[in-house]
Design a protein around this ligand. Structure first.
Ligand SMILES: C[S@@+](CC[C@H](N)C(=O)[O-])C[C@H]1O[C@@H](n2cnc3c(N)ncnc32)[C@H](O)[C@@H]1O
Length: 262
């Protein structure tokens, strides 16, 4: 479970994978701001190619997965701007609101970032220290495990249509928090879309392989079961993809509600 007093370590690992990928030859479109969220000593080592190779080797399949996942959700984010309101659930060090600031402005979209307070506070301090304009982005501290997860956000949304991106988060939640969040998402608006990735195998089997003890894997569901589950919750499944970046144990799903199919 996430330590409620400290910034998320998995958010930092994600930023590290993105910062390393920026220095690859085929880095086009990579997250150029990710390095800002690394501790000073790590940032200093980034230009050392041998160190980067060691990071990638230690990360194994997680590295190509996070690189591919970042590209996937970059595309989803850009497409979701036309919905008008985009909520980043468990935003961590997601930088899309600033990397795509011009497109956000052009679309007249509103972006909301939701995360646990310590990670959000650290992020905002780093953005300010580096002169990065968060524009109209609204930051809402919250906890998926306690209370009504979207309560602080709902009052800020207009209820017409909302897009949710939930990248790299569901695997760390309790099944109850996952379901309560999805229920709240479904009730925010008449029309909406949600995209998230999820562990498609039993989390208990995989925890043995994870060395960190603070953010253990807690939730997973097979791909067919996830589609069935989403339909039972009132969502239409748009796509359900496995094997991004060669990672067979993770899948991404995009689903929507309120659509009238003719
Ligand atoms: C692996 S990081 C992914 C961050 C971001 N979505 C990205 O892809 O860069 C997981 C994020 O989920 C957040 N998170 C995990 N459990 C949470 C909880 N119970 N309440 C709020 N946020 C939580 C962490 O703070 C962290 O930012």
């Amino acid at each position: 479970m996430l330590d409620p007093r400290s910034p998320s370590s998995t958010a930092e690992t994600t930023a590290l994978m993105r910062a390393v990928s920026c220095l690859e030859d085929d880095h086009d479109g990579a997250d150029t701001l990710a390095r800002l969220f690394l501790p000073e000593d790590m940032r200093a080592k980034l230009d050392n190619g041998a160190w980067r190779e060691a990071v990638k080797e230690r990360a194994g399949g997680i590295y190509p997965y996070i690189v591919a996942r970042t590209r996937y959700f970059d595309r989803v984010f850009a497409e979701c701007l036309s919905v008008g309101q985009v909520v980043l659930l468990g935003a961590g060090y997601d930088t899309r609101a600033y990397r795509f600031a011009e497109r956000v402005r052009e679309a007249g979209a509103r972006v909301f970032e939701l995360d646990a307070a310590p990670t959000q506070e650290r992020k905002r301090a780093i953005l300010a220290a580096n002169g990065i304009d968060a524009g109209e982005t609204q930051f809402v501290p919250m906890d998926f495990e306690h209370g009504a997860p979207l309560l602080g956000c709902i009052a800020l949304l207009d209820g017409s249509s909302v897009a949710f991106i939930w990248e790299g988060v569901t695997l760390y939640l309790s099944p109850d928090a996952f379901e309560r969040t999805l229920t709240a998402v479904r009730e925010t608006s008449a029309y909406g879309v949600i995209a998230f990735d999820y562990l498609n195998v039993n989390p208990a089997e995989w925890n043995a392989k994870v060395t960190r003890k603070d953010e253990q894997l807690r939730f997973g569901m097979g791909m067919d079961a996830m589609e069935e589950y989403m339909r039972s919750m009132g969502f239409g499944v748009v796509e359900n993809l496995g094997g991004l970046g060669g990672k067979e144990t993770m899948s991404v799903i995009r689903a929507e509600w309120g659509v009238v199919y003719s």
